[in-house]
Write a protein of this length. Sequence first.
Length: 440
Amino acid sequence: MKQSIKRRLLAVGWISAGLTVILTVIVLYAAFEKQVWADLRRDTELICALYEEMGEDAFPQAVKENFRVTLISPEGTVLFESDLDAKEMENHLSRPEIQDALAYGKGEDRRVSESISVSTYYCAQMVKDGKVLRLASSAKTVFWFFLEALVPVALVGVLVFLLAALVASILTRKLVAPIEELAKDSHVGENKAPYPELVPFVEALRFQQEKKEENARMRQEFTANVTHELKTPLTSISGYAEMIQNGMAEGETGRAFAGKIQKEARRLLTLIGDIIRLSQLDSGTFSGTFVSVSLLETACLVVERLTFFAKQREVTLSVSGEEGCILGDREMLSELIANLVENGVRYNRPGGRVDVLVSCKNQKVILTVSDTGIGISKVHFDRIFERFYRVDKSRSKETGGTGLGLAIVKHIALSHNGEIALESEEGKGTSISVSFPACS
């Protein structure tokens, strides 16, 4: 970054210096050319006045003033030429300045020599006897001006380069220093942007830093929770197995212990499965196939599959609503509905209900899962979708919950551009709605 800024500042210095020299030469040459024309016009009028008063006797005086004087007849014949033999010169009637002088009384023209090093300025004026008196003056062209200025321009260029290099180094250090300090500081939030233009950049850094710290905290909590959740069933399995091994559980007791080992093993497998799925959703490695999916049809299949699970807990399931198609992955959406329904069953009471409703409104398809369970206090609303967060830890473990169901629901909803809404009241039940963009 520092070298890039330095190079650009040097480039700006060089370009500015070059343009300044070129424009200066052009402006000076324009002023010089303007002065040449003014002097030539004035001297032409003066020589014409002398000629009308003195005749050709005025020419020696003009020649002494280093002017090239030419006298031309109305037919274009050269009658007098101060620098050449008039008899050997061609007819001048075709010259632009002569034609204008004969037509309008005065005429001017500038012609560049073949070597492009000299420009000749011509100023012609008709005198009283009908002849045309022309004065000519030669001057160096703008190209020659550039050539003559080449050496001083090169010297100025070297000085400008050195000065630009020095200024670029100083400015680069001053410009980059606050940014480097900002990059070294691990707490971006405590500093303000060194320049107004960097405010979005600093805000982005601050957001990334906060997100990084939040992710680190969540990873730490997740690791601690996973360790704890895995340790509990493994401890139970190990304990029951040890009792069986030591002969402390035989016959009916041994079979009971085996059943508990099987129950803890199933819980462990469920937990590991949820952890793997959540990890896949987090990393984006789980890429589903998005097609048009009927949410009502998917909900019916899920409820049919979970009917036996609900009957075991004396909870009634129902599905109702209207056809609503969304663009999504059928397997992931089934998992989302299953997690919501299973939670509604687990945290319900005997004789309770879990109702699944699919509705369409404002180009949205809304899935609502309502239960008549224990409900959730509002103090838990902000954290209910966090991993391993349980409102009632003892009840969750009794019912076989892993604490990851709603976290998976949140990830699947986000991957389908869904929005989650939660309504609940302690002792009266919970309603969770997920709205998806309708499939066009």
